[in-house]
Design a protein around this ligand. Structure first.
Ligand code: GTP
Length: 598
């Protein structure tokens, strides 16, 4: 029967080890995409993904493979995002599979995300097929990488598939190994429908499109489905598979991976990880593992032009339809006017959302420095959770402040352990343990404040280890910390959107640094601008931006008109991301200056 010839698998890898390139080669070899349509990395369909070479949304493709045993197999290749910000999505997509290709770079070997993904695959009871990629590189060391896979992950790598996705080597063997090593899906077609939602995207014509894996039973057009976490019911309008474009089918049955549409208007109803069943004939038990994901980082988002507030609201609403992990609520700032407090999974997620808003919705935005949330225990015993410095209560009312801390696993070649420890200590880290993974790699574990991680930790880590370190972290709880609120004043007026929360021990340094940064970022105006950093009423640093003298276009008057226009144009474009705060013009960079303070 059909099930026997289905293979559902994901490709998991550390970032840049070649996951997308391997996926492309598999699509080519199975003629899923004609040569002419073949663009590099067809699975990454958003512009931003392609530009940055990262995978954000999950994608599942169906392809047909004629195996050496004479049978035609249906493969469902489920793509997973590789970045720590999106690890919940990785876990959900793995839950939709029976197997995972674990791709390891032949020159770089096993890295932190390789391990993290391998563990996720093991947790989901997947069959792991080790693949050593980039064997064409002069620095490839297959023997060593095999040993690393065996030692560090505990799976036999003697018969790992050796590939060069770049040259197409080993892909034919890989396809055969998928047939032989990845188990066919089990499950009973006669039981009530049980399907996992592992992704959802919003389509303005069809409503929410659910990516699903059917574990039991079947689903067809006209069925009334129920989402088990919230009991909501919808009538199915279309089912089908991605190949790689949407291809409608009469039904999806046990073992299949495909999509369902049901005129669902709100992506919030369809959280990743939820189980779908039939309203009239429900399954008794939902699939395990549904979890609501919560943002870790919050930032204020304001339209440069105040009249665009409603546009920003609409745009956020639309993005949220595609991205259930995005949260926002209105907030007001004295300095910036009406905007939103937006919650993100991490800084990368924040960047991606900002870019999409600016590009797809043509908005000019000012974003305030990201903040984590703090638990404030007040003297009267109540607990207040704040995600914005301006909500900080008066110090006289505060008993203690608790900040979120993470358990960070940093994997580095042993020569860089010193550099990692030095950096982690500087970022208020508490050393936990250190494991030698082999003769070469060390896993250094630190407890670190999330607030320090979200700033420039990852970049500093990369630069102090020449790019060799990899980082993986999980929130481990809240701990008491001596945090204070730093206010920034421009011409004696506090600018709420510039204030930030900082550890007492760093307060003076950061106050001084930010005042210096702002002095360079804030352009000269027609009057002098005094910049001050203050904790409560105590000014800790000050500086001044002098008034400017000349019109920039002055010297060109009567001169070359095109050059003059160019200059004015440039000025205008630069202005797009500026905001009048009181009388002072403040560029976007000022609000992010706190991120670059080391
Ligand atoms: P993310 O989507 O960011 O997680 O990366 P990825 O793991 O999908 O890696 P990707 O396929 O984008 O490849 C990363 C880089 O390695 C690209 O520049 C590829 O061209 C290159 N690359 C992939 N496979 C090979 C290979 O077999 N040999 C060589 N030399 N380069 C390769």
């Amino acid at each position: 029967q059909r099930q026997k010839y289905i293979r559902n698998f994901s490709i998991v890898a550390h970032i840049d080890h070649g996951k997308s390139t391997i996926a492309d080669r598999i699509l080519e070899m199975t003629d899923t995409v004609s040569e002419r349509d073949m663009e590099n990395q067809v699975l990454d369909d958003m512009d931003i993904e392609r530009e940055r070479g990262i995978t954000i949304k999950l994608n599942a493709v169906e392809l047909k493979y004629q195996a050496h045993d004479g049978h035609v197999y249906t493969f469902h290749l489920i793509d997973t995002p590789g970045h720590v910000d999106f690890s919940y999505e990785v876990s959900r997509s793995l839950a939709a599979c029976e197997g995972a290709l674990l791709v390891v770079d032949a020159a770089q070997g096993v890295q932190a995300q390789t391990m993290a993904n391998a563990y996720l695959a093991v947790d989901n009871d997947l069959e792991i097929v080790p693949v050593i990629n980039k064997i064409d590189l002069p620095s490839a060391d297959v023997t060593n990488v095999k040993a690393e896979i065996a030692d560090m992950i505990g799976i036999d790598a003697d018969d790992a598939v050796l590939t060069s996705a770049k040259k197409g080597t080993g892909i034919a063997e890989l396809l055969e190994r998928i047939v032989s090593d990845v188990p066919a899906p089990t499950g009973d077609i006669n039981k009530p429908l049980k399907a996992l939602i592992f992704d959802s995207v919003y389509d303005s014509y069809r409503g929410v499109v659910l990516s699903v894996r059917i574990f039991e039973g079947q689903v067809k057009v006209g069925d009334k489905i129920e989402l088990m976490s919230n009991g909501k019911q919808f009538e199915v309008t279309e089912v089908g598979v991605m190949s790689p474009k949407a291809v409608p089918r009469a039904s999806l049955m046990v073992g299949d991976v495909g999509y369902i549409t049901a005129s669902i208007k709100n992506v919030q109803d369809t959280r990743v990880g939820d189980t779908i069943t039939l309203a009239d004939n429900p399954t008794k038990q939902a699939l395990a593992g549904y979890r609501k994901i919560t943002p870790m980082v919050y930032s204020g988002m304001y339209p440069v032009d105040n009249s665009k507030y409603e546009d920003l609201r609409d745009a956020l609403e639309k993005l949220q339809l595609n991205d259930a992990s995005l949260e926002y609520e209105p907030e007001t700032s004295q300095a910036l006017g009406f905007g939103f407090r937006v919650g993100f999974l991490g800084l990368l997620h924040m960047d991606v959302i900002q870019e999409r808003l600016e590009r797809e919705f043509n908005l000019d935005l000012i974003m305030t420095a990201p903040s984590v949330n703090y638990k404030i225990i007040l003297t009267d015993g109540t607990i207040k959770v704040i995600d914005n410095p301006s909500q900080m209560p008066d110090p006289s009312e505060i008993k203690e402040i608790q900040e979120p801390v993470v358990r960070a696993e940093i994997m580095v070649p042993k020569d860089y352990v010193g550099a990692v420890m030095e950096l982690s200590e500087r970022k208020r880290g508490q050393f936990q343990t250190m494991d030698y993974l082999d003769n070469y790699h060390v896993n250094v574990i630190y407890k670190l404040p999330l607030a320090e991680i979200i700033y420039d930790f990852f970049d500093s880590l990369k630069s102090s280890t020449h790019g060799f370190a990899s980082l993986d972290y999980n929130i481990s709880g809240y701990e008491v910390a001596k945090m204070v609120k730093m206010d920034i004043l421009l011409n004696k007026e506090p600018v709420d959107a510039l204030s930030f929360i900082v550890h007492e021990d760093f307060a003076y340094d950061r106050g001084r640094t930010i005042v210096q940064k702002l002095k360079h970022i804030i352009p000269r105006q027609q009057f002098e601008v005094a910049i001050q950093a203050a904790i409560g009423t105590k000014v800790v640093a000050r500086s001044t931006v002098k008034a400017y003298r000349k019109d920039v276009t002055g010297p060109l008057y009567g001169g070359d008109q095109t050059r003059k226009n160019k200059l004015l144009d440039k000025q205008k474009r630069g202005k797009k991301r500026m905001k009048e705060v009181g009388r002072v013009t403040v560029p976007q960079a000022a609000f992010m200056a706190v991120l670059q303070m080391g």
